[in-house]
Design a protein. Structure first.
Ligand code: HMG
Ligand code: MG
Length: 298
């Protein structure tokens, strides 16, 4: 098994999509610069969704156009339909992510259609994106529980993950949207998914609402997952999952991985600067335990 782990920093998108006050494009761009200085190589910076649904992402085209073009740094953006894809292409986006769910009710509330309909819609989006030379990632939400339906069967998650892979997604990110999962649930869910999608194409995307996210990262790591989504300073939440808090903090994941001897390419101290910057912009302290400890130590 490889000793390298890929971190997909989702702070500028998942982290900021739910903020009450508008974040300036210049502030998002400064955050991206600081993340790059810390060695982050994969950053989800934008979301070409309806601004009526998620006003915080309204400036996505400008963000995507203005992010620094740096060798080895890859940017991605959420795309829910062909309108979003056209906007992403016009903004020079090279990688998109389509986002489905393992829960019917969440799918309806999040993207205004059921799972089947979303998969049919994404088929067209992914085909067109691939024809345009883009890479496409797939998300499955509610993999460890749904805010409206409660528990979700691991086989349902695996089925949706498989459909996304079949249509051409190179990696499937498994989202514990409401952060209610436990290491045991994580293991069962990954085990089911790994029967339908190669383990090397699965990613963990854990929100930390119940404080279990880092434990779930550890469980997924033990199972062989080597890609994790995280948000600097633990930013984030989903507008369609009431009460859900941020993603697992990137600092906490990097610290865990460093201690276990995995290579991420990310410098923890510089990551702390990115966290301090965005926490200052938002006017609240970081929710990263490692970030808090590092701040006390200096
Ligand atoms: P809809 O209302 O069903 O769309 O929304 P529609 O096709 O009927 O169009 C209605 C209007 O929206 C039209 O405008 C369209 O042009 C416009 P009008 O004629 O009324 O003036 N429209 C758009 N405008 C801009 N960009 C677009 C777009 N599409 C249509 N792409 C839609 C359907 C999917 C658009 C909507 O439900 C939506 O935008 N949802 C996004 C929800 C969202 O962003 N949720 C958060 C991200 S997911 C997440 O955070 C989970 C994740 O992190 C993993 C995890 O944690 O689980 C990924
Ligand atoms: Mg999320």
């Amino acid at each position: 098994m490889s000793d390298a782990v890929k971190i997909v920093e989702v702070g500028p998108r998942d982290g900021l999509q739910n903020e009450a006050r508008p974040i300036e494009t210049s502030e998002k761009l400064r955050l991206v610069e600081l993340l790059i200085e810390a060695g982050v190589g994969h950053i989800e910076v934008a979301s070409f969704v309806s601004p009526k649904w998620v006003p915080q992402m309204a400036g996505s085209a400008e963000v995507m156009q203005r992010v620094p073009k740096v060798q080895g740094v890859h940017y991605s953006a959420l795309v829910p339909n062909m309108i979003g894809l056209e906007q992403a292409l016009a903004a020079g986006c090279r990688e998109i992510a389509v986002f489905a769910a393992a829960s019917e009710s969440f799918s309806q509330r999040n993207i205004n259609c059921g799972i089947r309909e979303s998969v049919e819609r994404y088929r067209t989006v992914v085909e067109s994106a691939l024809q345009n030379g883009l890479r496409v990632r797939g998300y499955v939400s509610c993999v460890l529980g749904c805010p409206y339906e409660g528990p979700i069967a691991p086989d349902k998650v695996a089925e949706v993950a498989h459909m996304l892979r079949e249509m051409g997604c190179y990696e499937i990110s498994l989202g514990d949207t409401i952060g209610k999962g436990t290491p045991r649930g994580t293991r069962l869910m990954i085990e089911a998914c790994a029967q339908r999608v190669p383990l090397g194409e699965l990613a963990g995307h854990f929100h930390d609402t119940y404080g279990m996210a880092i434990a779930n990262v550890s469980a997924a790591l033990d199972w062989g997952v080597r890609v994790f989504d995280s948000s600097v300073a633990g930013l984030g939440g989903c507008p369609y999952a009431k009460g859900a808090t941020g993603n697992v903090a990137t600092e906490d994941v990097v610290y865990l991985l460093q201690c276990l001897g995995f290579e991420t390419g990310i410098n923890l101290e510089r990551l702390g600067r990115a966290a301090s910057y965005i926490s200052g912009v938002l006017g609240r302290p970081t929710s990263s335990k490692v970030g808090q400890a590092m701040a006390c130590a200096t």
